[in-house]
Design a protein around this ligand. Structure first.
Ligand code: ATP
Length: 294
């Protein structure tokens, strides 16, 4: 899933913190080993980005398992500033779509276009600066809450960090700690709840202010109070950004502009919830069998 790939990315950019945080070092090396050699700099850095995203007949298998086709002619068209959800069985290829968008890998055939530009012509670091990821089971690195938020834009002032935390519904719980934004989290710090970690991750994305967002929705539910605060924060974050949600819940997909139903690496249905639920197709079955939970 996406979490694993993100760990590799975090490692390249946050080596020191990651090492301090400890953890599964061996596994990480194994992953680096498998990570593709895509140079992070060189290529175009357009001055302006609208945020139109297209996947055109994308075919892909992982380098370690070239015999297993993962995406088999995937087409997606996402209008700038719109919100789309990807749904499908486990293993359908939803996280892989996000990994390709972040250019952790390149398609074997077909193309991914951002404002009509092939991703392969763009500077990778520039590309990643314009994409925010909010994983709903985020890992924070060892450091203060402020450090974790400021990672979204390292030049941000304390006032900007706090403003981002307010938008993300994080300010209130942070203020309740005796040390406020200086409270240490991670291995040797305090443990935050799942919903609190998510709101820190959202604050980080608010500071980053990317054109594109990837939301990787957790399969497990939060308690309803936390769920509400997170949802409200995400709704604020998504405004005006092209958003791709890897969705597992009906409450999420019901409100999006367009749902893409993936099966074996292809889009088999697309439309909004009202349209899809009336069709006798995979979407209806996923909802009925609660692969998309209520
Ligand atoms: P889930 O809902 O369980 O997260 P998904 O729809 O996001 O599933 P992907 O994680 O994109 O599915 O996986 C698609 C296929 O690719 C699966 O068969 C998976 O086993 C395989 N796969 C995913 N990551 C890797 C990897 N790093 N190396 C090899 N195969 C992988």
């Amino acid at each position: 899933t996406l979490m694993v790939v993100m760990a590799v990315s975090a490692l390249s950019e946050l080596w020191a913190e990651f090492m301090k945080a400890g953890g599964a070092t061996e596994r990480v090396f194994e992953l680096i080993d498998r990570a593709p050699a895509i140079p992070v700099s060189g290529g175009e850095q357009p001055a302006h980005l609208e945020g139109r995203l297209r996947f055109r007949d994308v075919r892909f298998s992982y380098p370690s398992r070239r015999d297993v086709p993962v995406l088999q002619g995937l087409d997606l068209d996402v209008a700038p500033g719109s919100v789309v959800a990807l749904v499908g069985h486990s293993g359908a290829g939803k996280s892989t779509v996000a990994s390709l968008l972040m250019r952790f890998y390149d398609p074997e055939q077909g193309a991914i276009l951002l404002d009509g530009m092939d991703l392969r012509t763009l500077d990778v670091r520039w590309l990643r600066q314009h994409i925010g990821i909010v994983s709903q089971e985020p890992t924070l690195f060892s450091g203060s809450i402020a450090d974790n938020i400021r990672y979204g834009r390292t030049s941000a002032t304390d006032a900007e960090v706090e403003a981002a935390a307010r938008i993300a519904n994080a300010h209130d719980f942070v203020s309740e700690f005796p040390e406020g934004y200086r409270t240490r989290v991670g291995e040797r710090g305090i443990q935050l709840s799942g919903g609190q970690k998510q709101r820190v991750a959202i604050a980080r994305a608010v500071l980053k202010d990317p054109r594109l967002l990837i939301l990787d929705e957790a399969t497990s539910a939060l308690d309803s109070e936390s769920e509400h605060l997170v949802k409200e924060a995400l709704d604020r974050l998504m405004v005006g950004r092209t958003t791709l949600i890897i969705a597992h819940r009906l409450s999420t997909v019901a409100g999006v502009d367009r749902i893409f139903v993936l099966d074996h690496g292809r889009v088999v249905q697309h439309g909004n919830h009202e349209a899809l639920i009336t069709q006798d197709g995979l979407y209806k079955r996923l909802v009925e069998r609660q692969f998309i939970a209520a």
